[in-house]
Every structure is written in structure tokens, then in C-alpha cells.
Design a protein around this ligand. Structure first.
Ligand code: TXA
Ligand code: MG
Length: 348
């Protein structure tokens, strides 16, 4: 299959959206930008389209998809038992990087929800995405547009790298603004639970609906407990080379990484380093990549997946990384880094 990569511009916007909407209405797939990461879209109410999404990504079919909507009123057709908490959260954060898990209506096929009786819903904050959802009939199921297991794409070229030949169209809206996937909150039970941390932090959620807790599986040191979001149990975001995180007092972390570089070089290995801008000049390795200034979690989040993918192109044997503060957006950053490292952390 030929994959068209179309750069969205003011001139081609409406014609392109029309064309892409037609593909979706006919059961085909289109990748598109959102404010978090690129998504791989199919008609959420068409079970054959959902099956195509799993096939294109190589994704296990028990891992449910997020349904993207463009109008709040469209939520009623796909959910039941909508509650006040969902309304308040949508007023506060939609369109935006928050996904809510609610009980599903019969209109949503089990192929879309990975066999679950709940459905994940989100309204993305991106003009192309919102126009495309409307053109497709209101409901686009979209996981991140990467091959299963790889870092989520933050630019259209990365989608092309993973899905060229597998889908008919990719809409290029440039680099995304946030860089990590939406926060997921489960509202299907009495107690709201954060299943995946993201740009919308626990503090922001608490201001709107009171106390929220993390899915206990997220805070498990080794990740042995089964997470409530099926997707969180898979190894994910991983670069090809082994990634090891070094955590502790910053001065000691730097000393430790410097000695680990020496050891790896003695073994003839090529080394990659991920670090904050402030410590970039402390390391002498084949590739030393800065994610951003320490404390600037927004910049670090925006760069993380792209930097992980760059290591694959440069073919290092091992990657050592500094850790970042686990507060605010840093919680989401460290959640992705720990998963990318397959929970390999050296605490010093
Ligand atoms: O920012 C995002 O959310 C991006 C953009 C494209 O919108 N999408 C995204 O989708 O990250 P995906 O498929 O890569 O991640 C969805 C996560 C998975 O971990 C999945 O298991 C979980 O959401 N999920 C979906 N439906 C669920 C449900 N009914 N119950 C629990 N977890 C669910
Ligand atoms: Mg994903």
C-alpha cells in the first residue's frame, strides 16, 4: 500500500480533511497529529477498522484504544452512567490531554475496547485532529501511531518510519506541543484512579474533583502488579540498546555515570548518555544527548521520545540516563523513562 504523507497547510486544509475523512468513513486508517503525540486513527464504531489498527501497529488485541471525540455531547452515545465528575473534568481540561475511562454503551464494539465493558474517551486539543474527527463522523479510535513497543511519535516523519506501506495516509502537522501521551483517569468505579500519568497532573485533577489516587501498579517499584490500563503492562518506549537509569544525589549520579562510561569503553562498547543540559559537558561518550534544563519538565517531556528514537539511528550498545524530579509533569516523564528502561534503575 502506498502511504501518502501530506503536510497540512492553510491552502490544503479543507480538501485534505475531506479526503482523510472519506478514508476513515470507508473503514481505512489515517495517522494525524494531536497535542500529545501522533495518533493512528480508524472509525471507533467500526470493528473492522479497529482490527486494522491492531494489525498495523502489531499491537496485542487485549490492549484497548482511546476514542477521540470533537463535541462533548457525542460522549452520550458511547458511554452509560455518565457522572458529574466526568462533566467537571471535561469542562476544566477538554479539549486537552486527559482521557477518561467510563462504562461503554453498546455502540462501541469490543474490538475497540479490547474486550472491556469500559471505554476510554478524550477530546484532543489540535485543530487538525478536531476537524478530522468531525469529518469521520464523530468518533476516531486512535492509539499512538508507533509500531507497538517503540517510543510514541512526536513528529510525522517518525510515523512514516514505523507505518510506511501499512496505512494510506499520514497528516503532517509538524512537531507536537506536549510530547507524552494523555493522562488517563478511570471514572468507572467509585474512586477515581490515575492509570497513566501525563500533562494533567494529580494536583490539577484534585482541584476539580477532590481526592484522586494512582493505580497501585504505577507506584510498584518493580512493576509486578497488574496495571488497570492493559497497555501499561507491556514493555514500551524502549530503544534498541539497553537503557539503564541512574538515580540519586546529582553529584554522585554524575560520578557514577562517568565511571560506567569508562567500564563500557574498556569492554569496547559504544555508549549513549541522556542527561540534563547542566551536566552535558561532564560526560565523554559517543553520544551525549540533553533532554532539557533540569526542572524544565515541559521541555524534557517534549524531547524524550525523539531522543530515544535518535539513539536507535546512532547504534550505541548501552545507554545510561540521569533521572528527573518526580513532581508535577516529572511524574509522567519518569513513568515513561522507567518503562523505556524495563525497570532497570541503579539507586545510589
Ligand atoms: O495522548 C494520547 O492518549 C494518545 C493520542 C493519540 O491521543 N493516544 C494514546 O493511545 O496514547 P495508546 O493506545 O497508545 O494508549 C492508550 C492507553 C493504553 O495503555 C490502554 O491500555 C489504555 O489507554 N486504555 C484504553 N482503554 C482503556 C480502558 N477501557 N480501560 C483501561 N485502560 C484503557
Ligand atoms: Mg501507545
Amino acid at each position: 500500500m502506498e502511504t501518502k504523507l501530506i503536510k497540512i497547510s492553510e491552502d490544503n486544509f479543507s480538501a485534505t480533511i475531506k479526503q482523510a475523512g472519506r478514508i476513515l468513513k470507508n473503514g481505512g486508517l489515517v495517522a494525524f497529529p494531536t497535542e500529545t503525540v501522533y495518533g493512528l486513527g480508524g472509525d471507533a464504531l467500526d470493528k473492522e477498522a479497529s482490527k486494522k489498527i491492531y494489525a498495523a501497529k502489531g499491537r496485542p488485541s487485549d490492549n484497548p484504544l482511546i476514542v477521540h471525540i470533537a463535541d462533548f455531547s457525542d460522549i452520550y452515545a458511547i458511554t452509560k452512567d455518565m457522572d458529574e465528575r466526568a462533566k467537571k473534568l471535561s469542562d476544566a481540561f477538554w479539549p486537552g490531554p486527559l482521557t477518561m475511562i467510563l462504562n461503554k454503551s453498546e455502540r462501541v464494539p469490543y474490538e475497540t475496547t479490547g474486550g472491556l465493558d469500559t471505554v476510554a474517551v478524550r477530546m484532543p486539543d489540535n485543530g487538525t485532529a478536531l476537524a478530522l474527527i468531525k469529518a469521520a463522523g464523530g468518533y476516531i479510535a486512535a492509539p499512538s501511531a508507533n509500531t507497538s513497543g517503540r517510543p510514541s511519535p512526536t513528529r510525522a516523519e517518525r510515523v512514516y518510519e514505523d507505518l510506511n506501506g501499512k496505512i494510506p495516509m499520514i497528516l503532517d502537522g509538524g512537531a507536537v506541543g506536549i510530547g507524552i501521551e494523555s493522562t488517563i483517569i478511570d471514572l468507572s468505579g467509585d474512586e477515581p484512579l490515575i492509570l497513566r500519568p501525563g500533562y494533567i497532573t494529580p494536583e490539577m485533577l484534585k482541584e476539580v474533583i477532590g481526592d484522586v489516587k494512582f493505580d497501585p501498579a504505577l507506584t510498584e517499584a518493580k512493576g509486578d502488579a497488574a496495571p488497570k490500563a492493559p497497555g501499561m503492562k507491556y514493555r514500551h518506549y524502549a530503544p534498541k540498546a539497553q537503557l539503564i537509569l541512574v538515580r540519586g544525589d546529582q553529584k554522585k549520579v554524575t560520578e557514577k555515570i562517568v565511571s560506567l562510561i569508562d567500564e563500557a569503553h574498556a569492554d569496547g562498547k559504544k555508549v549513549g548518555i541522556l542527561c540534563a543540559t547542566e551536566s552535558q559537558s561532564d560526560y565523554k561518550a559517543e553520544i551525549v544527548e540533553s533532554l532539557g534544563k533540569r526542572g524544565d519538565e515541559e521541555e524534557i517531556a517534549r524531547n524524550l521520545f525523539e531522543k530515544l528514537r535518535e539513539f536507535d539511528e546512532k547504534e550505541v550498545d548501552i545507554i545510561y540516563s540521569e533521572c528527573f524530579e518526580e513532581t508535577g509533569l516529572g511524574i509522567a516523564v519518569m513513568n515513561r523513562m522507567i518503562k523505556a528502561a524495563g525497570h532497570q534503575i541503579l539507586d545510589i
